[in-house]
Each structure stands twice: as structure tokens, then as C-alpha cells.
Design a binder for this molecule. Structure first.
Ligand SMILES: NC(=O)C1=CN([C@@H]2O[C@H](COP(=O)(O)OP(=O)(O)OC[C@H]3O[C@@H](n4cnc5c(N)ncnc54)[C@H](OP(=O)(O)O)[C@@H]3O)[C@@H](O)[C@H]2O)C=CC1
Ligand SMILES: O=C(O)C1=N[C@H](C(=O)O)C[C@H](O)C1
Length: 249
């Protein structure tokens, strides 16, 4: 049995993770963390990790980058494994996550779906064949409640493509404020926000008279919740280190 605490328990992903864990026999949610306390049917919610009455086997975080320091303090001092699904971190925060993973198990990915992680591999392959001659643009679409842009997944895809191309590209987020043609070294990053779109990502390779688009669409948040719960059950028994979806396929 894996005892889970959800950080961001009152949020959309928090609810989906609770529902996913509730349907399984090998794990259960024992508590939540969120900005205000609200009693769920089955578990209590606390405002900070320090208030947790017992140490869980693993914490799953789908809250906000603002909760990172408190979570890392708690997980490092108690040796608690941490699954991080939230997005919007600064480079400095990502460095802190990597550093913590030298002492505790940390599972960190901007997208918990298996499909996106295959898309990353396909995009790397396409970049290795087309990257020198085709223009590369990434388009992501999400619901109107999303705070960060571009999405963590779009950044993950761009980084994977760029690393394949020896980091020869730079990212362009805005073409409104300049009057000039596109440079070969650009990866254009485009964020669309509207309605209840769950999450769509296109990596577009545009060449002379031909275009290849690699595309992924999530139909519900349950797909991310399933990945996060699988990650938590996996992480509980791992040594310190940084893990991602490649460990779950
Ligand atoms: N890796 C992946 O596969 C996926 C990642 N995500 C990411 O997960 C995050 C959450 O998404 P979603 O559930 O849709 O967002 P929600 O806004 O619905 O949920 C976030 C919850 O966290 C709470 N919260 C905010 N700040 C803190 C804090 N400092 N400490 C504790 N709780 C806090 C919010 O409270 P309040 O509402 O009061 O601010 C809210 O209840 C986002 O960063 C999103 O991009 C989402 C889906 C998949
Ligand atoms: O905020 C969301 O909803 C999502 N965020 C993640 C991201 O920023 O990449 C993953 C998924 O697309 C849903």
C-alpha cells in the first residue's frame, strides 16, 4: 500500500488524482495540502507540509511553483519521495529540484501522459532528419484557467528538439513587436488559451512545399492523473535520484 499526500488537493488535478487513487487497491490518499483547508470525505487537508500529522510514502504535487520551497524542506528533512507535476518553474527552481534529487527520489515531468513522452521521442527523430532545413514551430492549446505560458510540455518538446540540434536554436515567443523575417535558428512558441481545452501540442516541421505536424491531444485530465499515481507507486521504492516518464514505459 502506498500512502499518498496530494499538494494542490483542492484543484482540478488534485480531484483527478484522488479519483484515480480511489479506484486502485495499491494506494490511498491519506491527506492533502492546499491554500485553504476543506474537509474531503476521506482525507483531511492542511495548509503546509509541516502540519502533516504523519509522514506519507510519497507526496504528489500539482499546485503551483510557490509551494516548492516548503515541499522540498519537508521532503528533504523527512526523506519523503516527491512527484512533481506542476509547471511554470524558474530555472533557479528547476536547479533546486535537481539538487534535491541527489538526496531523495524525485519524479519530475511537465507531462504525465505516455503519449506526450512518445511525442518527445518522435520530435527528436524528426529534428535529427529535418532540423537543419525545416522551420520548427510549437503550438500548444489549453483551457482558459491555465496560468503559465508556454506550457511546460511545450518547453519540454522545444528543449528535446534543441538538444538534438546541439542547442543551435533559440525560442521566439512574440513576433508582434518586430518587423523582420523568421531566422533559421528560431523555434516559434505559441500558446492558445480558451474554454475547457485539456491540452494539445503540435510540433510543426515546415519545409519547402511540405509540412509535417506531430500532434498530441489529451481528452481528459484523468490521463495525467493515472501517470502521476503510477509515478507515485513506482517512486516509493526507489533510491534518491531524478526520474521521469521514461521509467514508466
Ligand atoms: N505534469 C502534468 O502532466 C500536468 C501538469 N499540470 C500542472 O499542474 C498544476 C495544477 O493544475 P490544475 O490542477 O489544473 O490547477 P488548479 O488551479 O485547478 O489547482 C491548483 C491547486 O493548488 C492550489 N495552490 C496554489 N498555490 C498553492 C500553494 N502555494 N500551496 C498549496 N496549494 C496551492 C490552488 O489553490 P487556489 O485555487 O486557491 O490558488 C489549487 O487548489 C499546473 O501547474 C499545471 O500546469 C496539469 C496537468 C497535467
Ligand atoms: O495546465 C494544464 O492543464 C496542463 N499543464 C501541463 C503543461 O503545462 O504542459 C500539461 C498538460 O498539458 C495540462
Amino acid at each position: 500500500m502506498t500512502n499518498i499526500v496530494i499538494c494542490g488537493a483542492n484543484g482540478k488535478m488534485g480531484h483527478n488524482i484522488y479519483n484515480c487513487a480511489d479506484e486502485r487497491d495499491d494506494c490511498r490518499v491519506i491527506a492533502g495540502i492546499d491554500l485553504y483547508t476543506k474537509q474531503y470525505a476521506d482525507f483531511p487537508i492542511f495548509e503546509t507540509p509541516a502540519q502533516l500529522p504523519e509522514k506519507p510514502d510519497v507526496i504528489i504535487d500539482f499546485s503551483n511553483p510557490a509551494s516548492l520551497d516548503g515541499l522540498l524542506d519537508y521532503c528533504l528533512s523527512t526523506g519523503t519521495p516527491l512527484v512533481i507535476g506542476a509547471t511554470g518553474y524558474t530555472d533557479e527552481q528547476i536547479a533546486k529540484i535537481r539538487s534535491a534529487a541527489q538526496q531523495i527520489p524525485v519524479f519530475f515531468t511537465f507531462n504525465m501522459s505516455l503519449g506526450i513522452n512518445l511525442l518527445v521521442e518522435l520530435a527528436k527523430k524528426a529534428a535529427s532528419v529535418l532540423g537543419d532545413s525545416f522551420d520548427i514551430e510549437i503550438v500548444e492549446k489549453h483551457h482558459n484557467q491555465k496560468i503559465d505560458a508556454p506550457s511546460g510540455t511545450a518547453i519540454m518538446l522545444a528543449n528535446a528538439v534543441n538538444e538534438t540540434l546541439d542547442n543551435s536554436k533559440h525560442y521566439v515567443y512574440d513576433r508582434h513587436s518586430r518587423r523582420q523575417k523568421r531566422e533559421k535558428s528560431e523555434i516559434g512558441m505559441h500558446a492558445i488559451r480558451g474554454g475547457t481545452i485539456v491540452g494539445e501540442h503540435d510540433v510543426i516541421f515546415a519545409g519547402h512545399d511540405e509540412v509535417i505536424t506531430l500532434s498530441h491531444s489529451a481528452a481528459s485530465k484523468a490521463v495525467f492523473a493515472a501517470g502521476a499515481v503510477n509515478a507515485a507507486v513506482f517512486l516509493k521504492d526507489q533510491p534518491a535520484g531524478l526520474y521521469d516518464m521514461s521509467k514508466l514505459v
